[in-house]
Structure formats: structure tokens, C-alpha cells
Design a protein around this ligand. Structure first.
Ligand code: ZN
Length: 258
């Protein structure tokens, strides 16, 4: 699973607006970030075997340090602790949710992977995976729904950032009453919503339909690059949008217009 992982980031951002969106976008792919680095440095092993599953050609041969359950729990704690001691707000609750975002990766992978997910570092025999990658008719809509459904949920529950709103007062002399209008600089906020949507569609479709390059190292570099771009775009989006129930400006404007 690639895009489906972002589902946790969009939902947690609405639940805990204090967590920067880029932190969550990295968190949900943190396991794969480490995986890509471990492949580059030959610590873990993946092979491209054409037709290995009906959806992609990834034969994950040795991935215990990134994709075993025990390792993922470890990485989740590490990332949560980093958040807690970082300068970011939200305290224990936010740190817990950030750790949960990292952990969510394993359970989503469990749905789609062939039996290649170990529980511990040493358990090389028993591996798990429900194999939805072999049932494209279920896997493709599921991944599409996870990403675009949760993105829609995020967009619906956020609105333009107060700093991007301009309030203009005008007086209607004929009726002798004052009115305030919201001259919203909404265009910037919606521009980034669209940019992220277009980027996601343009990369989601090839990631599902085009075969992976033969060279695994090239593949993980592409993966790393796409994760970094996604985090940067999310950071830009985060600057111009704010969670609705946190945005008192909209309530004030409503009162002023009454
Ligand atoms: Zn993964």
C-alpha cells in the first residue's frame, strides 16, 4: 500500500490540529522512509519479480527491521518521543497520535501484502499478509477510497486560515446600517487544495498501473522523492488552512453579518 497510508494523516490532523500536517505525512510513511534507506544501504532486501502479485512486482525478501510488528512498534515509540521533546504543541495526546500514525502503516500493509510481514526480528518463518494485492478489484478501490475519502474529510473539516481572511466594512447609506463583508483570500487556500489533489492523482495512477523499474535502488529513490514532495505540499496546504472548529474568525464574521 502506498497512497492509502495517508488516510491516517488526514484524519488525525482534523482530530488534533496542533500537530503539523507534514509531521503526520512523514509519520504514516516513516516505516517506508527507513525501508528505502535500508534498501539503499543493503540492510534489507527486495526484488522485482514480474507478476509477483497481480497489482505489483515487489518481492519483499528480508524486511524485519522496518516491517516486523515489533520493529514498527519501536519506530512508533521513537517518532512519538521525538515529537514530545520537539518544539511542537499538543503534549502527550499529540505525541501518542503521532506514534499511532506510524503504527497504522503496518496494519494497512497487513491488508494488502502477500505473507511477508514478520512479527519479530528472528521469526523468519511465520509471516503475515492478507494479500489484497492479489485481488485488484478490491485493492484498487480500497486504496483510492482510503486516500481520496480521507482527503475529502480533511478539506470538508478545514477552512481558510484566519490570517488569509480580509474583513472589509462598508456602509449602506440608504438604509443607514453597517455591514461587514468577508473578503476572503480563499483563492490561496483552495489553490493548494487543488495542487495537492492534482499531484496525488498524477502520481497515484502511475504508481498503481506502471510496472516498477527493474532496479530496486532506483525504485526506492523514486519512493523517497514522492514522499518528500507530498510532505512539502502538505506543509504548504497546512499554512493556509485551519480546522473548522478551531477557527473562531468564521463565528465572528457570522455575528458581524447579523
Ligand atoms: Zn510499508
Amino acid at each position: 500500500m502506498f497512497y492509502g497510508h495517508y488516510c491516517g494523516a488526514w484524519i488525525i490532523k482534523v482530530l488534533e490540529p496542533k500537530i503539523p500536517l507534514w509531521v503526520l505525512m512523514v509519520a504514516v510513511q516513516f516505516i517506508d522512509f527507513i525501508f528505502c534507506l535500508f534498501i539503499l544501504f543493503d540492510i534489507e532486501e527486495v526484488r522485482i519479480t514480474r507478476g509477483f502479485t497481480k497489482s505489483n512486482d515487489l518481492e519483499l525478501i528480508f524486511i524485519p527491521y522496518t516491517h516486523s510488528l515489533i520493529a514498527v512498534i519501536g519506530w512508533s515509540i521513537l517518532y512519538g518521543v521525538w515529537y514530545k521533546i520537539s518544539r511542537y504543541d499538543g503534549g502527550n495526546r499529540a505525541a501518542f497520535l503521532v506514534g499511532l500514525a506510524v503504527l497504522s502503516h503496518w496494519f494497512e500493509d497487513l491488508l494488502v501484502h502477500k505473507e511477508d510481514l514478520p512479527l519479530t526480528f528472528y521469526d523468519t518463518q511465520t509471516k503475515y499478509g492478507f494479500g489484497l494485492w492479489n485481488i485488484p478489484i478490491v485493492h484498487y478501490p480500497l486504496e483510492f477510497l482510503l486516500f481520496f475519502g480521507s482527503y475529502y474529510y480533511y478539506v470538508k473539516n478545514t477552512e481558510v486560515h484566519p490570517s488569509k481572511i480580509q474583513i472589509t466594512r462598508y456602509t449602506d447609506k440608504g438604509f443607514n446600517n453597517s455591514n461587514y463583508i468577508q473578503s476572503s483570500r480563499d483563492d490561496q487556500a483552495s489553490k493548494w487544495v487543488k495542487i495537492l489533489l492534482i499531484y496525488s492523482l498524477c502520481t497515484y495512477i502511475p504508481s498503481e498501473l506502471i510496472s516498477a523499474p527493474e532496479n530496486c535502488k532506483l525504485l526506492v529513490i523514486i519512493m523517497l522523492l514522492s514522499y518528500v514532495i507530498m510532505a512539502i505540499l502538505a506543509h504548504r496546504l497546512d499554512k493556509v488552512r485551519v480546522t473548522r472548529h478551531n477557527n473562531r474568525i468564521s463565528d465572528k464574521l457570522k455575528l458581524l453579518n447579523e
